[in-house]
Design a protein around this ligand. Structure first.
Ligand code: P1T
Length: 379
């Protein structure tokens, strides 16, 4: 089965009870047993729920994995991965990543004795400088949030394998429509399904997908033991979102390209960060590992002026000023004060998240309307 067909049919079957084509929302916490342990595979909804189960199968299918796990948020999914570790273990992470992931690593897991190295991975070989016998996990976000850096997943996977270290890839920005990290050698794929997977800004959810049974068992144990699952209603919405992922992504990519090119040609714009540009540092890697370049981009106005940036984000009318990304509607964000505010200023400025940076999640509206909106806001 090819990707577009998988989004609709992958590991999906009509419901056993009445043949419903979409799995019903099994809004139940528990299931009748005929004798202790005598149930139909579902005992309690933290452990298993049929609607969530259908979604978890869809996650596995679209990422070319064997096992999918759904969580109450992207951060809950990351939290589960970190619980594979023990005090004293070390993690090597991309230095440009979602502010909430950075906060979880530094404010929660550092306190539990796990050490994090935040490293520029645009040249994958740099990772080797930080590997030692305590290294247990490499955490990669690509494209990165918000600088749209590209990391060579295949090259990082070779390093991870060589040293017997797990590789987890946050695939939120790309989605499996653009890249499938398990096929490139990653052990775990993670999603904030809140974003493109859900696609309609109406749910908060996380996902993990793996191929290996032992790893799946460990993560399932954590999912059930810690309990950060998502509910059946949200599972239904995410499953519905997946069925149109490929058509939405195609339009996000087309509009992303049009907006990136418009901004790059605008006299008031200083720099545009988008992996589709030939002069993007890892454009050639993006071209090889991704099908297209996505709908996310960031930019600075001339003079890198904070007040100017705030004026632009306030003036936009179709782009809504809001946290999050990946929905059908275009959003604009100011990373320094919003999504990345939990990263200390000195740290975020080292990687380009300056006070004048503006991030766009380009939606699937008409391209001309989006460009006209940017024109009036910059004017
Ligand atoms: O918000 P949540 O579903 O918990 O997902 C966290 C997360 C993880 N990874 C990436 C790459 C993300 O972008 C996010 C969430 N990001 C935003 C809310 C944002 O506006 O960037």
């Amino acid at each position: 089965m090819k990707f577009n067909t998988k989004t609709i049919h992958g590991k999906q079957h009509p419901d056993k009870a009445y043949g419903a084509v979409m799995p019903p929302i099994y809004q139940t916490s528990t299931y009748a047993q005929t004798t202790p342990g005598g149930h139909k595979g579902f005992a309690y909804s933290r452990s298993h729920n049929p609607t969530r189960h259908a979604l978890e199968n869809a996650f596995a299918s679209i990422e070319n994995g064997e096992f999918g796990l759904a969580f109450g948020s992207g951060l809950a999914a990351i939290d589960a991965v970190m619980k594979l570790l023990k005090p004293g273990d070390e993690v090597i992470s991309t230095n440009d990543l979602y502010g909430g992931t950075y906060r979880l690593f530094t404010s929660i897991f550092e306190g539990f004795g796990i050490k994090f190295h935040f490293v520029g991975m645009e040249n994958a070989a740099n990772i080797e400088n930080y590997i030692n016998e305590k290294t247990k996990l490499i955490w990669v976000e690509t494209p990165t949030n918000p600088m749209l850096n590209i990391i060579d997943i295949k090259a990082v996977a070779l390093i991870a394998k060589k040293h017997g270290v797990l590789l987890s890839v946050d695939n939120t920005f790309a989605t499996p429509y653009l890249q499938q990290p398990l096929d490139l050698g990653a052990d775990i794929v993670m999603h904030s399904a809140t974003k493109y997977i859900g696609g309609h800004s109406d749910l908060v959810m996380g996902a993990l997908i793996v191929k290996d049974k032992d790893l799946a068992d460990k993560l399932y144990f954590i999912q059930n033991a810690s309990g950060a699952i998502c509910g059946p209603q949200d599972s239904f919405l995410a499953l519905r979102g997946i069925k149109t992922l490929h058509v939405r992504m195609q339009r996000h990519c087309e509009n992303g390209k049009a907006v990136a090119e418009y901004l790059a040609s605008h006299p008031k714009v200083e720099s545009v960060y988008w992996p589709g540009f030939k002069n993007h540092l890892n454009h050639n890697i993006a071209k090889t590992q991704m099908k297209d370049f996505g709908g996310m981009l960031s930019f600075n106005t001339k003079g890198n002026n904070y007040e100017e940036a705030i004026k632009v984000v306030e003036n936009l009318k179709i782009f809504t000023l809001a946290e999050s990304l990946g929905g059908v509607e275009s959003l604009v964000g100011h990373p320094a004060s919003m999504t990345h505010a939990s990263i200390p200023k000195a740290e975020r400025e080292k990687i380009g998240v300056v006070d004048s940076l503006i991030r766009l999640s380009v939606g699937i509206e008409d391209e001309e309307d989006l460009i006209n909106d940017l024109k009036q806001a910059l004017g």
